[in-house]
Design a binder for this molecule. Structure first.
Ligand SMILES: [Zn+2]
Length: 110
């Protein structure tokens, strides 16, 4: 178990502690870990599969929590003429997804 110093009062605390026992300041690195865990719930692999098969209707963006742009993609694809735009958009998202395979937090909206 690693120890760290409280950013508020400087007391030594466990990095597993939710808050500093001395001053009650929330442990930042822990909440960051929770965010990482939350991102871990969403799989970059699922994102890429959705992007590959259903990308033009924005399925991967719904999955990533980017609902606004996902709806835009769905509407563009429904109108048929927008498919050209969404095809390119999907390709870009696919490339960006592959580039961020080890940093999924950049893809998934918090
Ligand atoms: Zn403290």
């Amino acid at each position: 178990m690693a120890m760290k110093y409280c950013t508020e009062c400087g007391k030594r605390i466990s990095d597993q502690a939710a808050a500093c026992p001395g001053c009650g300041h929330p442990n930042k690195s822990l909440s960051k870990n929770i965010n990482r865990l939350y991102n871990g719930d969403k799989s970059i692999a699922v994102y890429l599969v959705l992007c590959w098969f259903l990308g033009i209707v924005g399925a991967h963006r719904y999955y990533a929590g980017k609902t606004g742009s996902a709806i835009t993609m769905t509407i563009l694809t429904i109108t048929i003429i927008g498919i050209l735009i969404t095809s390119i958009w999907t390709l870009v998202d696919l490339i960006v997804g592959f580039c961020n395979i080890s940093t999924p937090e950049k893809i998934f909206k918090k």
